[in-house]
Design a binder for this molecule. Sequence first.
Ligand code: GEK
Length: 243
Amino acid sequence: MHSSQDTIYAQATDVIADFAFDSKVAGVFNDMIRRSVPGYAQIINTLGDLAERFVTPNSHVYDLGCSLGSATLSIRRHIEGRKATIIAVDNSESMLARCRENLHAYRSDIQVDLVCADIRDIQFNNASMVILNFTLQFLPPEDRDALIAAIYAGMQPGGILVISEKLCFDDEVIQQLLDERHLDFKRANGYSELEISQKRSALENVMKPDTMEKHQARLAATGFKHFSPWFQCFNFTSMVAIK
Ligand code: GEK
């Protein structure tokens, strides 16, 4: 996928607006997420492997907050011939327009429905796999339990929910330790101190991470039978929950 370099926060700005998934972000998103999220490429690849293992014939796969379609593309490659439908949802028109182009660049017999909507308004049914790849953290915390409950209700027994997130930690020493490692990761990927601090301010009101314990408790309370993080690098994780 072609992507321009992310220089959105490279110039000093007096007032930093809340982060939004607008056309400027959509244009550099591939570069931004790879340079900001440790393990992103591995997580995308593993979503494909999990799809191969879990997606059942004639079922639905939901990719919630699909952005440019990286997860959908990885999954689609692994489930050819199964007559499953992928429902890829995002409420950013700019993201979906680019996602559509990316999907059309490859041939596939798998139907993908691209839906411009808020993920809180989706009716889930017949789902063998649901993906929240770095999306739940952007939902207001008070809306998260209801979304997970709606997803659970629409899943097949044995279906898998994959949630990838930035984490926060109750232990302040660990919080600081892993946060520093993440900042070093961004520095090593060419972001300046100014870019890092301006992006941080922009995200402050928009992205609210949970602790791992909070995720686990929510999933257990909803009824998921099995839970495990399968990936963690610094303060980023990917977790699986099986109904
Ligand atoms: C990937 N999953 O590349 N309803 C619908 N979409 C939403 C909502 C909402 N309420 N809130 C945020 N989004 C992708 C990466 S990015 C993560 C996901 C990040 C969308 C938003 O428009 C954006 O495209 C996506 O969720 C979050 O695997 O930028 O760190």
